[in-house]
Ligand binder design. Structure first.
Ligand SMILES: CC(C)(COP(=O)(O)OP(=O)(O)OC[C@H]1O[C@@H](n2cnc3c(N)ncnc32)[C@H](O)[C@@H]1OP(=O)(O)O)[C@@H](O)C(=O)NCCC(=O)NCCS
Length: 183
């Protein structure tokens, strides 16, 4: 299938919010209730939230489309992490590092290579922005995402807390050096 990945624009905000509401629960462990997930989506993945991300020069959203339909998105964050556990985990990796803060594909496109296209665009965008490392957090029960990230070249560099609905999860921190000589 042909997937195009481009930088999202403000007109994409409604579609991004719809896809985020559909896909965020797929990344959640069983402790996260539907109400917890809905509250997180309302706070962080609403149309207004995406409009704010799109207006923020320190963030970049990539939109993956097939036949014009949004089937995936990724959010890159270009500022240094404030979480001390992440900062410590990244200390020995090449700087600057960008965070792949979100990477979500419509379930109908899982296993099709769409996620690989999105990841390649994220890597290309991070490199073009002068970054030397890409990092992300992933829930320890999200085995499909972990498998995808590991086959994309990421390795574990630490753990960090991630809170959803009052539950604090110990996510894995994974990282990918972006230049072969840095590995
Ligand atoms: C994470 C995501 C973008 C990956 O895209 P994808 O199309 O599913 O990825 P792929 O199919 O290319 O790779 C997933 C791999 O996990 C494997 N897999 C599937 N279920 C698995 C499981 N329960 N345990 C371990 N591996 C699993 C697949 O077989 C595949 O490996 P393979 O290509 O060697 O066969 C997508 O699954 C997604 O959007 N998930 C929901 C949202 C999410 O969790 N986002 C990440 C948040 S950190």
């Amino acid at each position: 299938m042909t997937v195009s990945v481009t930088s999202a624009t403000p007109t994409d905000a409604p579609e991004l919010a719809d896809l985020a509401a559909l896909t965020f629960p797929l990344a959640c462990p069983p402790e996260v209730t539907a109400a917890d997930s809905a509250a997180f989506v309302a706070d962080h993945l609403s149309e207004d939230a995406f409009a704010r991300y799109l207006a923020d020069d320190s963030k970049k959203i990539l939109a993956a489309r097939q036949d014009g339909n949004l089937i995936g998105y990724a959010l890159l964050v270009f500022f240094a992490p404030s979480d001390p556990e992440v900062a410590e985990a990244l200390r020995h990796l090449p700087a600057p590092a960008a965070e792949l803060s979100k990477c979500y594909v419509h379930p109908g496109a899982h296993g099709t290579g769409a996620a690989a296209s999105l990841m390649q665009a994220a890597v290309d965008t991070a490199v073009a922005s002068g970054c030397r490392t890409l990092w992300l957090g992933v829930n320890d029960l999200n085995l499909r995402a972990q498998s995808f990230y590991r086959k994309s070249g990421f390795t574990e560099i630490g753990r960090r807390n991630f809170t959803v609905g009052g539950h604090v999860f110990r996510d894995f921190i994974l990282a990918l050096p972006l230049f072969p000589g840095d590995e």
